[in-house]
Design a protein around this ligand. Sequence first.
Ligand code: BES
Ligand code: MN
Ligand code: MN
Length: 466
Amino acid sequence: MNQPHTYCSENKERFLQELIELLKLPSVSADSAFSQDVLNTAEAVSEYLRAAGCDGVEICETKGYPIVYGEKLIDPSLPTILVYGHYDVQPPDPVELWNSPPFEPVIQKTALHPDGAIYARGASDDKGQMFMHIKALECMVRTGTLPCNVKFMIEGEEEVGSSSLEAFLMENREKLENDIILISDTGIIANDVPSVTTGLRGLCYVEVTVTGPNRDLHSGLYGGAVANPINILAEMIASLHDEDNRVAIPGFYDDVEELSDNERRLMAEAPFDLEAYKNALNIEAVHGEAGYVTNERNSIRPTLDVNGIWGGYIGEGAKTVIPSQAHAKISMRLVPHQDWNKITVLFTDHFKSLAPAGVKVEVRPHHGGQAYVMPIEHIGYKAASSAYETTFGKPAIPHRGGGSIPIVPMFENILGTKTVLMGFGLDSDAIHSPNEHYGVWNFLKGIETIPYFYKYYTELSQNQEV
Ligand code: BES
Ligand code: MN
Ligand code: MN
C-alpha cells in the first residue's frame, strides 16, 4: 500500500504549512483571555476535517469548549475507528524562556531532528499529532484506499481535565459507536526505537491550604508564639515521603499492581541511557523510589509531587511577616488498580491528621482519573505494532507511559471500547515546557504509519470474525 504514502510525499510542504497555520492560533484552554482563539481553533479544525473528506462535520457545543466531530462511513459491515485528539494547548508560560514566540512557529534543525522540528506551543501536544490523523485521512480518501469507517472527535478541554467530555459521551453513545479508539497524544522511545504505549498513569490532583492566625502578623511581635502556616505546610509536605522515597500515606500502595519479575525484565530491555538522561536535564543524579530504576519510577510506580507552593511575602526586598495562609498544589500519579477517588480520601484524611493544633487544613480535590492498560494480545495493539514495524523497519516495543489521559479509561467505561495509543512524539519534545517542538520527520512518519494501522486493524478484525 504505497498510494497514501506517495500522496503524502507529494503534499508534504502543504501539510507542514497547514500545521504551521493551526499552531499560530493560541488555543490556551486554561486562560479565559484566549477563549475566542480556542473557538477559532475549533472552527479551523472543522474546516480541515471537511477538506480531508469528512462528512457530517459539526462543531458540537458543550458547557465548555466545543467538540469537533466528523465522519467518513463507507460500509456498515466494516470496522469503525474513532480518532480522538485535542486542539487546546497548555499556557505558554514562562514566555521569556522561549527562543522564538510560542505562537509564531519556526522550523529549526537540531542534532535529534536533522530534518528540522517545528517550535510552537502545541506542536507535539497535541495539534501536530492530532493533525497527522486528519492528513492521513486525506491521503487515504484522495487515493481511494480508506479500508474502513472512521469518526473523529477532537476536543478543546483536554489540558484542563476534559470536563465536558463525559456528558458528551453519555449523550452521543450511538453516534460515537466504534470498534477501536485511536489516539496520537503520547510518544515513542526514540526515532530508531518505535514503541506502542500500553499503559497510562492515573491522576489525583488536589490543592491544600493551611490557615493559621486570622491575619498576617508581625514576625517579631508574634514570631515563636504562633504556628507559621508556611513552616507547618513545609513540614507536612516533607513527611509525605519516607527515607526510601516512598509515599508515606497509609494505604497508598494497597492496590498497586506489582509487575512480575518477567515483566520487569522485558521493560528493562528497552534501550535507556542514564548518562544521556541526566545530561539532557543537567542533573547529577536521578531521584526516586528505592528498589526501582528510572524507567519504572516514571511509568509503573505511583508518585506524589508538589506542582506549586505559595504564601507570604514574595515581593522585592524583605517584609517581616508570619502569613495567615500557605497553599500548595499536589499531584499524585497513579498506576493500575489504584482508584483515584479512594486515593483522594486517603490523602485528605492523612494530610488533615498531620496538622498540629493551631492551624486548620483544607484539602480541595481538583480533578483525577484512572490508569489504563492495553493488553498486547489485543488486535488493536497488534495492528499498531505491525504498522510501526512496516514504516520504521523494526519491531515496536510495548511501553508504559508515565503521563495521564483520564478520558481513555472513561471511553472504556462509557463506549465499551479499548484505545490504541499510537504516539509519535519524543520525551525531548518539551511538551508543557518552553520551546515545545515536534520533529518534521515524526509528523510525516505518523501520516505514513496511520494508514497501515487502518489496513491491519481491518484485516485482523475480519479474520477474527471467521
Ligand atoms: N498528551 C498528554 C499526556 C501524555 C503525554 C501521556 C506523553 C503520555 C505521554 C496530555 O495532554 C496531558 O498533558 N495530560 C495531563 C493530564 C490532564 C488531565 C491535564 C498530564 O498528564 O498531566
Ligand atoms: Mn495531550
Ligand atoms: Mn498535555
